[in-house]
Design a protein around this ligand. Sequence first.
Ligand code: NAP
Length: 504
Amino acid sequence: MDAEPTSQTLPTAVTHLVVGAGFAGLGAAIRLDEAGESDFLVIEKDGDVGGTWRANTYPGAACDVPSQLYSFSFAPNPEWTRSFSPQPEIHAYLRRVARESGVLDRFAFGTTLEEARYDEVARRWVVRTSRGEITATTLISGSGGLSEPRLPEIEGIEDFRGELFHSARWDHDVDLAGNRVAVIGTGASSIQLVPEVAKVAAHLDVHQRTAPYVIPRNDRRYTRVERLLFRHVPAVQKAYRTATYWGRESYVPAFVRQPRLALPAKKAALLNIARGIPDPELRARVTPDYEIGCKRILISNTYYPALARDHVDLVTDPIVRITGDSIVTADGTERPVDVIIVATGFHTTEQPIAERIHGRGGRTLAEVWADTGMASYKGTTTHGFPNLFQLVGANTGLGHSSMVFIIESQIAYVLDAIATMRIHRYAALEPRRDVQDAWNRDLQRRMRRTVWSTGGCASWYLDAHGRNTTLWPRATFTFRSLLARFDVEAYDVEAHRTDERIPA
Ligand code: NAP
């Protein structure tokens, strides 16, 4: 597939405009097409499909959700080589699905959404992109919850004269071999790339602000027989997927109700430290002081042994300043460094795209959410933003299972909404304020007893007000059942005028 734009001239009007070509946008495009809603365009700022799996190319990038569950239900992948897939395999899978689905002719790569405004008279979205203006009846955003890198605000960072890049914008032109490297952050990305960087760097400083829990990664290669079965007996792969799904779902009570059910995982994490690190002083410094599950539980067999290597230092004194060629910590130590890798995560609770989407009265999502934090209905639709559907919206994230399951649940809901609009000749729909408020009150009530609230940590799950507006606090099958039917009674609707042209 070309990395160049596949659609050289943008249409000026489409029925559905989809933003982003990751799992969400690609899945939406395929399902729209299958449903006969073929008048759509997918705009993607980059040059390829894949979303997060195209953007994150750092060494060691892999998924920590088992491969069998990390694919579209309608496009199983018998080609997985391992039980946890590395990034290149997932990206290749998405490219293949895109190619074979026959929808790529409606993808405009290299096209960025700059601003979207809802026209209340025409009842259409007017979207300014980097390549021209497009109007659309529905705006379906699949722009991703973990796509905008968050750079740390550290004094002097802009004065650093060496190489500096974010884990999600890996600079493959920088040769780390023989260099002094610093990694800032010890989250999911960091613990995957640190062992790889340690293999080549002359010296590595890992700057830890909060110790993560890291349990063993039970990854293995699939045997030849398994792969043959996946290819020729689809029921076998289906059975693996089902077993994985229910295995993962069994973790939910430990997160949302009974944190002590996570005790075996905590023991496994502490054993992982003991196995990987001989030095008791270093062991103590990597041992978390909050409850397991409060932050995302990470998986690795190689992270702790990497920290224990002679040329790797774990630095726990806070960074106070970056100079032209060093990092200075609060204890006064200055560590010379050639390359800084910031593995400091993403903008999660204040999504930059929220500043670009203007609903009724011209107000942006960011303005509407300034006081409440991200708040939508069923994580998909938002009062004041008619015909806007957000995939991976507020409170749809997971700490334990596959986001693809959530995305597919949302896509089905969106398709049912679109079918409802067609059947009843609705020009616009948006969730009722009272229904949306009740939905969010219920979510926040449930949040109170989860380990994300009670576990004694700060995390990217929480916004500036301490509200968890990112995660889904119930079973994923509950999410799916709540979105199984488009509940039009929860919506304010506007009918088409009799003289109005109904979109194709
Ligand atoms: P992250 O989990 O948000 O971790 C960011 C790290 O940077 C944390 O250790 C954080 O410390 C630290 N940090 C942030 N600002 C800092 C500062 N100013 N000074 C020092 N340290 C700072 O980000 P991520 O590792 O990129 O992962 C984000 C999410 O992406 C994950 O939770 C996961 O959902 C997903 N992901 C998944 C995989 C996978 O499937 N294997 C891999 C990568 C990412 P604190 O803990 O103190 O805030």
